[in-house]
Design a protein around this ligand. Structure first.
Ligand code: 2HA
Ligand code: ZN
Length: 269
């Protein structure tokens, strides 16, 4: 079958990276059923032939207006599609969409008319924010990591930056490679515009945010980086839980050692 990826190695590599990450999410147990979603901004690698491609769907409303997305293109996991299927057959379980000039609707252009993720309002709002703020980030990831979600069932961890410092202090990598910490968003209806707005607000301070009792949302330069940050935070959560399971409270890295890391890695917080 003909594919938009044919003879477009750069675009094909980006979709292959999404498929690879989708497989990791499934293997980690973070992607039950259709859980989680991925979108990547592929506008930079779109050529004139793609720009002229006829839509394969009617215009669909996003539910919100996103002025920076005019004429942008995204590869999106499909709604109700499984990560484990996206891993093997990305173009059957995801689609390429074009944002229309009204900035509030999109059409699908390839390869199959797969309706994008139910979290499209939050994903596209994040991309809109990233473009508007001059960021070079192109990827947004939402997934359901067991350990991190479990921690949000304790109200004590919902306090601003409580989890950030706890997770940073479990292993130096987390401090170094998730340097903006972990934002917290109080529970909101999945897929809602309210959840999208709250998520975007937190991106001013964080690359990764928790949706209370639901999951995590991360943005990054590319999908591998977004995944790596969540993976690192989850590793920290597992170290914490393992220590607790052995019956003791982990001591955590001292404030002094944390400060030394901040200076050595030139970290922002
Ligand atoms: O796409 O995870 O939050 C399935 C979800 C919705
Ligand atoms: Zn979810």
């Amino acid at each position: 079958m003909k594919s938009i990826l044919d003879n477009r190695p750069v675009l094909a590599k980006q979709v292959a990276d999404v498929a690879e990450v989708a497989g990791y999410l499934w293997q980690k147990g973070w992607a039950e059923r259709n859980g989680g979603n991925i979108t990547i901004n592929i506008t930079d690698v779109i050529d004139d032939e793609i720009r002229n491609m006829k839509p394969i769907s009617e215009p669909v409303s996003i539910g919100t207006t996103l002025p920076h997305l005019k004429g942008c293109y995204f590869f999106c996991k499909g709604t109700n599609k499984r990560m484990r299927d996206l891993a093997r057959w990305p173009m059957e379980n995801g689609s390429v969409i074009r944002i229309l000039d009204d900035c509030s609707s999109y059409v699908m252009i390839a390869d199959n008319p797969v309706k994008p993720t139910s979290e499209l309002p939050s994903h596209l709002s994040m991309h809109n924010y990233l473009i508007g703020s001059g960021s070079s980030y192109k990827a947004a990831l939402h997934t359901h990591p067991i350990d991190l979600i479990a921690m949000t069932h304790n109200p004590a961890y919902l306090e601003k930056d409580k989890l950030t410092y706890l997770l940073w202090s479990m292993i130096p990598e987390t401090r170094a490679f998730c340097p903006r910490g972990l934002g917290i968003i109080p529970y909101k209806m999945p897929s809602s515009v309210e959840l999208a707005e709250a998520t975007v607000k937190e991106l001013a301070d964080y690359d990764v945010v928790m949706w209370e009792k639901h999951g995590v949302c991360a943005v990054g330069e590319n999908i591998m980086e977004a995944f790596d940050m969540v993976d690192t935070l989850s590793k920290s959560a597992q170290i914490y839980l393992t220590a607790k399971g052995m019956g003791f409270e982990p001591t955590g890295t001292s404030m002094e050692d944390m400060q030394a890391l901040k200076e050595a890695f030139n970290l922002p917080k």
